[in-house]
Design a protein around this ligand. Structure first.
Ligand SMILES: [Fe+2]
Length: 194
């Protein structure tokens, strides 16, 4: 299967999962202005971790999980925290690539959509951004932390909303996690460590 075909399957499965989740649909409608574009792959060690991952199980979104893994070798993995003090372990194991966004295989003026993958025992430190954000767990689970709220352990189908510039953090315990992450605004400002 070509990279384009894998991305088409990924978009279809992401849309199916997104629209089956009432909280995602309420956060923002799935975009109706999606345009395909060429993307140059960018390798990240996190892609090797994902390819070797055996701990992901998705009771609700198995087809989406498979599509995320299948498209991963063609992805332009993000380097959001490359020039920060976050550390080499995080940089090599934290994985994020766009499905809909400037560095992804599709663009939209209405929504950004990424996948996030974190293997076991990884801490994603406190960070924030103007964009309002919704996480939806595809598979596995993680501890979600947000400023002013109780910590939550979220698994497949659960969602977490982050307000504009509300600091948040994540940690995997003895299982990996894979999520869909949507932004509905604030597209021009990348996340920064809090
Ligand atoms: Fe975020």
């Amino acid at each position: 299967m070509t990279a384009e075909a894998k991305y088409r399957t990924l978009l279809d499965e992401a849309q199916r999962a997104y629209q089956s989740n009432a909280r995602m649909k309420t956060f923002a409608p799935f975009p109706d202005d999606i345009t395909p574009q060429h993307v140059d792959p960018l390798h990240c060690p996190c892609g090797d971790w994902l390819a070797a991952e055996r701990g992901l199980v998705s009771p609700h979104y198995g087809a989406l999980q498979d599509a995320i893994v299948a498209a991963a070798p063609h992805a332009r993995w993000r380097e959001t925290y490359k020039d920060t003090a976050i550390g080499d372990d995080f940089l090599s194991r934290f994985g994020c690539y766009a499905i809909i966004g400037p560095d992804g295989p599709y663009t939209s003026e209405q929504l950004r959509l990424w996948i996030v993958y974190m293997p076991v025992h990884l801490y994603y430190p406190w960070h924030h951004h103007p964009g309002e954000e919704m996480y939806m767990v595809v598979s596995g689970y993680a501890v979600f932390r947000a400023e002013g709220e109780e910590d939550k352990v979220l698994g497949s189908g659960d969602t977490c909303f982050h307000k504009s510039n509300q600091s948040h953090a994540m940690e995997t315990l003895d299982a990996p996690v894979m999520c869909l992450v949507a932004w509905r605004n604030g597209f021009d400002t990348v996340p920064v460590l809090s």
